[in-house]
Design a protein around this ligand. Sequence first.
Ligand code: ATP
Ligand code: MG
Length: 584
Amino acid sequence: MGLLKRIFSFTKPYKKTLYTTMALSVALAGLSVLRPLLIQTSVDTYIQKHLLTGLIWMCVLQLAALLLESALRFWFAYRANWLGQTSVNDMRKEVFRKILHQHLSFYDRTPIGILTTRTINDIEAVNDIFSEGIISITADLLTIIAIIITMIIINWKLTLICLIPFPLLVIATYWFKESVNKSFQRVRNAVAHLNAFAQEHLTGMYLVQAFAAEKREAGKFDEINKEHRDANIKGIFAYSVFFPIVEIILAISLGLLVWFGAKSMLNYQSTHMTAGVIISFVMYLNLLFRPLRMMADKFNTLQMGMIAGDRIFTILDSKEYLHNNGSYQPQRIIGDVEFKNVHFSYKPGVPVLKGISFKLEHGKTMAVVGHTGAGKTSIISILNRLYEIQEGSILIDNRDLNEYDMYSLREHVGIVLQDVFLFSGTIYENITLRNTDIPLSKVQEVAKMLGIHDFIMRLPGDYNFNVMERGATLSQGQRQLLSFARALLYDPSILILDEATSSVDSESEQLIQHAIDTLIKGRTSVVIAHRLSTIRKADRIIVMEQGQIIESGSHSSLISKKGTYYDLYTAVEKQVEKQNVEVL
Ligand code: ATP
Ligand code: MG
């Protein structure tokens, strides 16, 4: 009940509509008993006694009742659905806002497919609570009650007789509800699997085709697809059995009605039994069965909506967002960086950084080197608070990172990641990240500084060139260059650069080299370097191994030490030489 209340709390801003729909459902329940009553009176009073004028009036009334009922029904359906869509729109907005602010570690644990399902499908299921669930169940229940009361008032004995097959209906409904519910859940799981599978394979199509795995993957897809079909067919079976059964039960009710009604009419046993009563009862029974038939289905919808609502609220209640407790919003920062005995882990119990300490003065460049998995990327992820450290402290301009307003901090700390991600949109939009406050001229200025303006101008449509999803239409080197422009645009005092390992052609290489030099000039830079030239130029180098700094110093001092750095450097050097020979 608490859950339903919470779902309905989203209708709060639209209270008026909620009350209107409630009032309408009461009015409709009342109206639904009116027309059979009019027919009964027409038959018993006007037709039997041949009163033509009265009969015409009854017809007019009948027509008026029909029109009124139709109008109200339209209004009710329209408003109830409007209420659903509007509340659900708010809910979706809130969920997406929440997702945007979740901690990155949340995404390390939660598959993307699940979140898509939450923001799209689950919320749609909640919408059904409004459009088909609770409001219409209430409306139906009111109608059923109104009809049964009217029938009892007209003739309670006949009512009881008509309702004899009701227990059968209850049993059939229960069976139907259970089996549909089960198959619905199977269908939902299958849909989630289909979604996840399709999404993953579309993203990884390159791999699938490169490794000629089409046949195998198609086979896997068939399995999931079959499960989806089977689950649906189970549900359809329940529907196909249930509806004829309800028809049979209705027929039995009608049969009992006609049999006992006609018998008592002919026997003159009851003065209450007239042709009009029998006709109106036929109508009432039809009106009664219509909502009953749909009731089980609606209860399922309600149940599904509640399950979905529960899942949505789990996300809304999650406390895993980054706490932006700091308030310091400097106009400009100098750029001194200090790590003091920093410990960090993505997962509790699996330390990734174990006591990192270093000091980097403003304007200097520090290169971070080390084997794969040593913790290099992790160092920079905690520097602009993408992740939270567990122990120690990080200081910028002698101030703890937590004292900074997070958004202000991120403006001053520019970042270029190892994997460049591009959204579908133009080059301009990708560089500004759709911040329309930044004029094109500013973007061009930055591009010229980086030396990539010419390359962009050569693209069809230059700055309006449409980058397809994930930058599919650009080479890796080109994508990197765009990400440099992104970082430089905000003229950050501190620059974090995770150089991509992949080698690019020599023209791009020169461009990138120039761009990197421009990027780090005059800024405090932390560079996870793979290029020898970048490493050599650094004022300071730290060598990482298994989450610790094992060596640190200048290039020449580390070379003369002949330790891990020496080995790493000479290995890379050899590789480059080999490649050059191959190229030549
Ligand atoms: P590379 O040179 O390959 O980029 P790296 O030095 O940047 O390696 P990190 O990405 O910092 O390495 O990873 C350090 C350790 O942390 C690895 O053991 C890795 O498995 C783990 N790790 C990295 N990212 C996550 C994450 N999001 N969740 C859990 N563990 C992670
Ligand atoms: Mg890395």
